[in-house]
Design a protein around this ligand. Structure first.
Ligand code: HAM
Length: 436
C-alpha cells in the first residue's frame, strides 16, 4: 500500500512559507491582545464531552464534534471551541483574582466540517474574553478590540462590517411570537440558518411550527429589519421602546465615534451556540467574493453556572486564522512573506572557509544577528540568487584573497555597498551590518 502524502481531510501542512504567514497573524494577535491588557492562557486539547453538551448547542454536538471513548471509559472530545474551556478555567479561579479578568489564547480547534473556502476541519482561533466587566463596558471593549485588530492590518470600513444583535431583544420579540419555549428555540435555529437556506425552505420550516398568521407576520417583520431605526420602530409598535432605547444608548455611548460606522444591525445574527445571552455579533468581509464571517462572538451571562459557580458575566469572540487570511488576501492586506528573513548569508570560495569563519559566525549570532551559512564552497555568481532565496540583507564572501589577508568582504545587497574587514574585528563588522 502506498501512503498518501496529503494531510488528513480539512487539515493543513504548513511548509515554512505557509507557517510564516500564520506566524505573522499570531504575532499581530499577541500584540493586539496585549495592547488591551489581555493575558495569554491555554487549555488542554481534550475535554470531557459533557462540557460541550451543557451549552454549546446541537449543531456542534450532533454534527461537528470529534469525540471518542478513551481507554479508561471516559467520553472525551477534541476541543471544537475554546469558550467552554475558558469558562471552566475561570470558574476554578475567579474568586481569587481581580476583575475584570481579561484573557486571550490562540488554540487549534477541530470540527467535523465539509471543507470549503473559509471552513476547514482544523483551524486556529484567536479568542479574547473578558469576565466580570462592569455594566456593558466589557461588551464595548470587545468590539473595540476586534476593530482595532483588523485596522492594524490596514483594513477599514470599506473592507469589513460588524453585524450586531442582542439576544435579549430577540427574546422579547420571540415571546410576542410564541410563548412556547421549544418553538422559541426552533425560531432561533431558523434565524441562524436563514441566510444559508432558500426562501421557500425557510417558509416551509416556519409553517411546520404551527404559528398563527399574526405570529408568522411578526416573525417575518423581524427578519426583514435592516437597521437600528427599523428595530426601534418594531419594538415601539410592540410597546417595548425602552428596550430599543437601551440598546441604542449602549451602542452610541460605549462605542467610539470613529468605530460606529462599522456597526450594522442585523436580525439574522443570533449565533448557533446556546450560551449567548446578550449581544451577539459577527464580523463580515465586505469583499463580494468572500462574503463570510471572519469572527463571531457575544456575551454569555450564565456559563459559569454549569460549574455551580455564581454567574460571572463573560463576553468574547473567536476569530479564525483561515477566514482572517482569506480576508487579508482578498483585500491585498498581507505583506510579502514569501521569503525568510535573514540578516547575513555567509559564503566562502576557498577551502576550510567555514572552519576559519566559525568563531566570527558564533559571535555575530550572540550579537542577535540572524546568520545563515552555506555549508560548502560556492561560486560568486551563484551567491546572489542564493541570497535572494534566503532573504538575506547582507552577504559575506571569503575567497583566496580574503584568506591570504585575514579579511572578510561584506556586501549590502540593496545598496550595492561593499567593504572588507579584518576577520576578528567584530565591532566594525557589526556596525557595518547595523548601519549600512
Ligand atoms: P464560532 O462562530 O463558532 O464561535 O467561530 C468563530 C470564528 O472561528 C468564525 O467566525 C470563523 O472565523 C472561525 N471558524 C469557526 N469554525 C471554523 C472552521 N471550521 N474553519 C475555519 N474557521 C472557522 C466560537 O467558536 C465561539 N466560541 C467564539 C467565542 C469566544 N464566543 C465568546 N468567546
Amino acid at each position: 500500500m502506498t501512503l498518501s502524502k496529503k494531510p488528513y481531510k480539512g487539515t493543513r501542512d504548513f511548509i515554512p512559507e505557509d507557517k510564516r504567514v500564520q506566524d505573522y497573524l499570531f504575532q499581530k494577535m499577541h500584540q493586539c491582545a496585549q495592547l488591551f491588557g489581555y493575558e495569554h492562557y491555554d487549555g488542554p486539547l481534550l475535554e470531557e464531552v459533557e462540557l460541550y453538551k451543557a451549552k454549546s448547542g446541537e449543531e456542534l454536538i450532533n454534527d461537528q464534534i470529534y469525540s471518542f471513548e478513551d481507554r479508561g471509559g471516559r467520553f472525551v472530545a477534541i476541543r471544537p471551541e475554546m469558550t467552554p474551556t475558558v469558562a471552566r478555567m475561570v470558574a476554578k479561579i475567579h474568586k481569587e483574582v481581580a476583575k475584570p479578568i481579561r484573557w486571550y489564547s490562540i488554540p487549534n480547534l477541530l470540527r467535523y466540517e465539509r471543507p470549503q473556502r473559509g471552513r476547514l476541519r482544523e483551524h486556529w482561533q484567536f479568542n479574547c474574553d473578558i469576565f466580570g466587566g462592569p455594566g456593558r463596558m466589557g461588551e464595548a471593549e470587545i468590539i473595540q478590540l476586534i476593530i482595532f485588530f483588523l485596522e492594524s492590518f490596514g483594513a477599514n470600513e470599506s473592507h469589513f462590517e460588524v453585524l450586531i444583535n442582542d439576544r435579549t431583544i430577540v427574546d422579547t420579540i420571540f415571546t410576542e411570537v410564541t410563548d412556547n419555549e421549544e418553538t422559541h428555540y426552533k425560531l432561533y435555529k431558523l434565524v441562524d440558518k436563514s441566510k444559508k437556506i432558500p426562501k421557500d425552505s425557510l417558509e416551509k420550516e416556519l409553517s411546520e411550527l404551527n404559528l398563527n398568521a399574526k405570529s408568522i407576520e411578526l416573525f417575518q417583520n423581524y427578519l426583514s429589519l435592516q437597521s437600528f431605526s427599523d428595530l426601534t420602530s418594531l419594538l415601539t409598535k410592540l410597546g417595548k421602546k425602552e428596550i430599543a432605547d437601551d440598546f441604542h444608548k449602549f451602542i452610541s455611548d460605549s462605542i467610539s465615534s470613529d468605530q460606529l460606522p462599522y456597526l450594522k444591525y442585523d436580525p439574522t445574527i443570533v449565533r448557533g451556540l446556546d450560551y449567548y445571552t446578550g449581544i451577539v455579533f459577527e464580523v463580515f468581509d465586505k469583499h463580494p467574493d468572500n462574503r463570510r464571517a471572519i469572527c463571531g462572538g457575544g456575551a454569555y451571562a450564565n456559563l459559569l453556572q454549569i460549574f455551580n459557580e455564581s454567574p460571572l458575566p463573560g463576553v468574547g469572540f473567536g476569530l479564525g486564522d483561515v477566514t482572517l487570511q482569506d480576508f487579508l488576501t482578498s483585500h491585498n492586506l498581507l505583506p510579502d512573506l514569501s521569503k525568510p528573513e535573514n540578516d547575513l548569508l555567509i559564503t566562502f570560495q576557498t577551502d576550510s572557509g567555514l572552519q576559519d569563519l566559525s568563531s566570527l559566525i558564533n559571535k555575530l549570532r550572540k550579537g542577535n544577528i540572524k546568520v545563515v551559512t552555506h555549508l560548502e564552497a560556492i561560486k560568486l555568481k551563484k551567491v546572489f540568487p542564493l541570497a535572494e532565496k534566503k532573504g538575506a540583507d547582507f552577504i559575506l564572501l571569503y575567497g583566496d584573497d580574503e584568506k591570504a589577508k585575514g579579511e572578510v568582504t561584506l556586501k549590502k545587497l540593496s545598496r550595492k555597498l561593499q567593504s572588507s574587514f579584518p576577520i576578528d574585528d567584530l565591532n566594525t563588522i557589526t556596525n557595518f551590518i547595523h548601519k549600512a
